[in-house]
Design a protein around this ligand. Structure first.
Ligand SMILES: *Cc1c(COP(=O)(O)O)cnc(C)c1O
Length: 383
């Protein structure tokens, strides 16, 4: 029996760095500066620099990075914020927690990224900001975003939770807007050993306000100037992330190698309805996920293909099966089925294939071979 191929393999990465990780964990434990400690300050500087930005403020999660980042940018009650319907719900939750009014927008059918033409049509006199989500590791066009931003005086706040070090048109994720949110959830391209997030910005004042907002709204101890929360990136997690950060460029290059190999091997399966999401950013794609659409031309339903792959010990994922506007929790926002046809179609068709640094060529071939076998013999698959 062949060994299982997971969607992502964190243990593989962590084994390769085990001595360094154990050393910084020991140091943090004995040093005792667990909250807002030295390793956090070091990592904030290193990560902001890696993103081509100035300031980094570590927070408890990517969701909090969106919430607090928007608040620090002065976005809140009464402000409309544009965001894609096709994203992880955390983008929407971040907007709602900031007090602003979310305005959902459909995505492009081929890239699955926010449709900026649709976004432009959704602008009203109350629209203050747009959140481009650099989905699956691919950036929304910086040039088009900056055009839209200057024409309508919109603030750009990037959701770069899936796009650490992604590039497009000469820009790096996190360097396009007023500020950007990153997540260090374990499975992200740069992941902690638990939850974590960061806001990067070029504006010193925004960074300063964030340092207060994440720390009970206190710019200095026991003196509270606004309603804040407790949401800091742990010193321990920052130390771990500091060990991993230098490896991120070659990990992303490895993701690109795997994606290019999938592109090549999957090309003959287009006639069978297996259609990869379009890469319009070339080598700048960070490939957090490698996503294909199981279109109507495929003899198998997505759920059947997923089961067929699972029977061959190949794990897959769906990002995401229910678009934000159709989630029961957000019914009160007033959206309905049919509002965002591209996002809705993608929610039925997308399938994420295994991709992680260190994945071997033999494993890639096994994944594609399993898809090939399933789509060419749909009726011989046993469940
Ligand atoms: C992961 C993710 C988030 C949220 O990050 P957490 O650290 O899980 O809170 C936000 N937006 C997108 C697009 C994400 O993928």
């Amino acid at each position: 029996m062949s060994s299982p191929i997971p969607l992502t393999d964190l243990a593989l990465l962590h084994r390769s760095l085990q001595p360094q990780l154990e050393a910084v964990i020991q140091t943090a434990m004995l040093q005792g500066d667990f909250v807002l400690g030295g390793a956090l300050l070091d990592f904030e500087i290193a990560f902001a620099r890696a993103c081509g930005s100035e300031h980094g403020v570590g927070v408890g999660s990517g969701t909090d990075a969106i919430t607090l980042g928007l608040r620090a940018c002065g976005i809140g009650q009464g402000d409309e914020v544009l965001l894609p319907a096709n994203t992880f719900v955390a983008t929407l939750i971040g907007v709602l927690q900031s007090g602003a009014t979310p305005v959902l927008v459909d995505c492009e059918p081929d890239t699955a990224l926010i449709d900026l033409v649709a976004a432009e049509k959704a602008i009203t006199p109350r629209t203050r900001a747009i959140i481009p989500v650099h989905l699956y590791g691919q950036m929304v066009s910086p040039r088009q975003l900056l055009d839209l931003s200057s024409t309508y005086d919109l603030m750009i706040f990037e959701d770069a939770a899936q796009a650490h070090l992604a590039e497009r048109e000469g820009y790096r994720a996190g360097s396009v807007g007023m500020a950007a949110a990153f997540s260090f959830y374990p499975s992200k391209n740069l992941g902690a050993l638990g939850d974590g997030g960061m806001v990067v910005t070029r504006e010193a004042q925004i960074a300063e306000r964030l340092r207060s907002l994440r720390n009970y709204g206190a710019p200095c101890k026991h003196y509270h100037t606004e309603f804040g929360v407790n949401s800091r990136l742990d010193t321990l997690q920052a130390a771990v992330l500091g060990v991993k950060l230098p490896h991120l460029p070659h990990w992303n290059r490895d993701r690109l190698r795997i994606a290019q190999r999938y592109d090549e091997l999957l090309a003959p399966l287009q006639f069978a309805g297996i259609q990869p999401i379009t890469n319009v950013s070339g080598g700048g794609h960070a490939y957090h996920l490698y996503v294909v659409c199981v279109t109507n031309a495929c003899p198998l339903e997505r759920v059947a293909l997923q089961a067929a792959l699972e029977s061959r010990r190949v794990s897959t994922g769906i990002h995401y099966p229910v678009p934000c506007h159709l989630q029961p929790a957000f019914r009160y926002l007033g959206y309905k089925l049919g509002d965002f046809p591209n996002a809705e179609r993608l929610s039925h068709q997308v399938l994420s294939l295994p991709i992680y640094p260190g994945m071997t060529d033999a494993q890639i071939q096994r994944v594609v071979g399993a898809i090939e076998a399933a789509v060419s013999a749909p009726f011989s698959v046993s469940c």
